[in-house]
Ligand binder design. Structure first.
Ligand code: TXA
Ligand code: MG
Length: 344
């Protein structure tokens, strides 16, 4: 299958391919998704095959309106409605109980709940409306790779396995949506994202964060969170934000004759420019939102584009607000490792 990069004017080609049961990658505000019609089980199976994704990891159903969710879900509370009114379209996925037999077990991983999201991207909202059915959409990467934030990343991983990718340039948010389980009291954040606990608590009274995300050793409640994600080939080490021991890290690696990649703000890393290092700036002045937008792109750039690096050091942020989402993804990429622990 030859795959194509489609522009907005070629939306009809994407609609046609989806309707035939083929896979189409689509843009969202978070990351690119790997789309198939959610009610076509054969097409959904192809999504798992293309990504190499374990079949017990359920998918998000992408809808074009709040009303669409009513066809599939039940028990939508007034708090849930308030949340949808405030944050949709946007980077927030909601877990609801489903109506009996409303969705194939291949979508839900056999659970009696499912994940729903209305993405904030006009092209993809038209794609869903014109296809006339919701789309499943895991991130459009090979499982274990950083999620794609450009159409080029999608083709790097999935070329030959999809009919095409609808190109809308780099994504705005850069990490996947917040996943909020609305079936528990109080609702619980299963995956941190750009919509934070603080944002949600401005709308409903109480929101919990799955304690496996805040450090306690427990099995995560979201099936997807147990898999090792976002791991580049080159070893990644975090630089503790309280220590900022970049110089020490660079000298240590240089002494070992390593080729070094640095990922962090311009303010922090400019002093190292010109030396024999590869630098990718995540932000200008250590801004967490900007760094979140560029994290996956930076990891891919140093890991896949620059040849032959031996080690990558990355900037960290406090584990709070949007920093929780950034650190959640980075810790997985670094396999939890800090440079400071490497030295001892
Ligand atoms: O931003 C995003 O959410 C992107 C874009 C493309 O929309 N999609 C995405 O999908 O990140 P995926 O499949 O990579 O992540 C879905 C997450 C997984 O961690 C999965 O385990 C969880 O949602 N999930 C899905 N259904 C669930 C359910 N019924 N209960 C708990 N967690 C669920
Ligand atoms: Mg993913």
């Amino acid at each position: 299958m030859s795959d194509k990069k489609w522009k907005a004017s070629q939306l009809h080609l994407a609609v046609e391919a989806l309707s035939k049961g083929e896979l189409v990658a689509f843009p969202t505000e978070t990351v690119y998704g790997l789309g198939a019609v959610a009610t076509n089980s054969e097409a959904v199976k192809k999504v798992f095959e293309a990504k190499g994704r374990p079949s017990d990891n359920p998918l998000i159903v992408h809808v074009a309106s709040k009303e669409d969710v009513n066809h599939y879900a039940q028990g939508i509370t007034s708090d849930a409605k308030k949340i949808m009114d405030t944050f949709w379209p946007g980077p927030l996925t909601l877990i609801f109980e489903i109506k009996p037999d409303a969705l194939d077990p291949v979508v839900t991983g056999g659970l009696n709940t499912a994940a729903f999201r209305m993405p904030d991207n006009h092209l993809t909202l038209s794609l869903i409306k014109k296809t006339g059915l919701p789309l499943v959409g895991p991130s459009a990467n090979i499982s274990g790779k950083p999620s794609p934030t450009t159409a080029e990343h999608v083709l790097h991983d999935l070329s030959g396995k999809i009919a095409g990718v609808l190109d809308d340039g780099p994504t705005k948010v850069g990490v996947e949506s917040t996943v909020l389980d609305m079936t528990t009291v109080p609702p619980m954040i299963l995956r941190p994202g750009a919509v934070t606990k603080e944002d949600l608590e401005k709308v409903i009274r109480d929101v919990e964060v799955d304690c496996s995300l805040t450090g306690a050793e427990e099995t995560p409640k979201s099936p997807g969170m147990k898999y090792k994600h976002y791991a580049p080939e080159v070893p990644v080490y975090m630089i503790d934000e309280k220590k900022q021991n970049w110089q020490e890290a660079v000298s240590w690696a240089e002494q070992k004759g390593m080729r070094i990649g640095l990922l962090g703000s311009k303010t922090l890393l400019e002093p190292f420019a010109g030396e024999k290092l590869e630098i990718f700036y995540l932000s200008k002045e250590s801004d967490v939102t900007e760094s979140m937008r560029r994290l996956f792109s930076g990891l891919r750039s140093l890991d896949e584009v620059t040849p032959g690096l031996d080690i990558i050091f990355v900037e960290t942020f406090p584990d709070e607000g949007k920093g929780l989402a950034y650190m959640n993804r980075l810790k997985k990429a670094a396999n939890q490792k800090y440079f400071s622990t490497l030295q001892t």
